[in-house]
Write a protein that binds this ligand. Structure first.
Ligand SMILES: O=C(O)CCC(=O)C(=O)O
Ligand SMILES: [Fe+2]
Length: 314
């Protein structure tokens, strides 16, 4: 059993009230909205997940509840690489009803950061492991880009299925990650007081939007079915958005990028550059040019011509 936890605050009633929205954000470090995403659009996304995992034989074709068939998971693509390769987030955020919701929430056009996780989490195979998968603050591993995390359930996710838990009001810092424990710097047990954890039973149409420093984790799935969710990151388009695109050239001192939206430029590296490799660790300055090549997809943030963040989308 998951320990008893308070429910997330629901912010539907303040969706059009900027002052109240900002106050809730400042106090809690998240917004939770119920039933605001067009359920047909969510269903179209969900059916892509179901088709993919049915093809892998781990659920029966057409099974709407995605009950795990028991087939070995030794070949299961835990990061859903086939869905990632198809970039199925793009048609989802382009759905007019989805676009309208985020435009209303941000009071601006949404700018999507293509750091997307497609999660089809099977029932936990090892129940001796802790129920909380990995408590973390996204900001610790993604310094420099002030995005909002959008966690989107694609089916009902109750306490057995697990889902997301977050620590309310702990986004104002300092980071809880333990700097003396490389390379992952985990948050020590007990650093988040037990009373701060929040959850709810999630349903299609709901969305959790979190501050990038809000501690959170997935909860191991103790049900008989797959847990389906997608998390994606967004900013207001008028903010200081990074360039999302491809490297056109890279030398020991600078990198040139061509952004998908037409922005481009050449930027220099320096000691303040935060670069992250595919393994998630910080890349030393002199190794940056070896980690990236022309053609690579990157997210690049800059300040006065210098790179502040350079990283692959994932
Ligand atoms: O869904 C999960 O298991 C964790 C979600 C998460 O870490 C995120 O959305 O940043
Ligand atoms: Fe996260």
């Amino acid at each position: 059993m998951l320990p008893a936890m308070q429910e997330l605050h629901v912010s539907n009633d303040i969706l059009d009230n900027r002052v109240a929205l900002e106050a809730a954000w400042d106090r809690d470090g998240y917004w939770f909205f119920r039933g605001v995403l067009d359920t047909e659009a969510v269903e179209r996304l969900r059916s892509k997940f179901l088709d993919e995992i049915a093809q892998l034989g781990v659920i029966s074709p057409g099974d709407p509840i995605a009950r795990y068939s028991g087939k070995s998971l030794s070949e299961f693509p835990f990061r859903m690489e086939p869905l990632a390769a198809r970039k199925i987030w793009k048609p989802f955020v382009a759905e007019p009803a989805i676009h309208r919701f985020f435009t209303r929430l941000l009071a601006d056009e949404p700018f999507w950061i293509p750091t997307v996780e497609y999660r089809a989490t099977p029932p936990a195979q090892d129940r001796s492991r802790p129920r909380f998968d990995y408590v973390h603050q996204d900001g610790f591993y993604n310094a420099g880009i002030p995005f909002l995390i959008c966690w989107i359930p694609l089916a009902e996710i109750d306490a057995d299925v697990g889902g997301l838990v977050l620590a309310e009001g702990l986004h104002k810092g300092p980071y809880l990650h333990d700097l003396s424990q490389p390379p992952l710097f985990p948050i020590p047990d007990g650093a988040v007081p037990a009373h701060a954890w929040r959850r709810t039973t999630y349903r299609p149409g709901d969305v959790v939007i979190m501050h990038l420093n809000t501690p959170h984790t997935g909860v191991a799935n103790y049900s008989d079915r797959f847990r389906l969710s997608m998390d994606i990151r967004v900013m207001a388009a008028s903010g200081n958005t990074p360039i999302v695109g491809n490297i056109t050239s890279i030398t020991q001192r600078e990198v040139a990028v061509q952004g998908e939206d037409g922005r481009s430029g050449t930027f220099t590296f320096d000691e303040s550059t935060y670069s992250r490799g595919l393994d998630g660790g910080k890349v030393p300055l002199d190794e940056i040019p070896m980690r990236f090549q022309p053609g690579d997809e990157v997210i690049l943030a800059s300040h006065e011509g210098r790179v502040t963040v350079l990283r692959p989308p994932h």
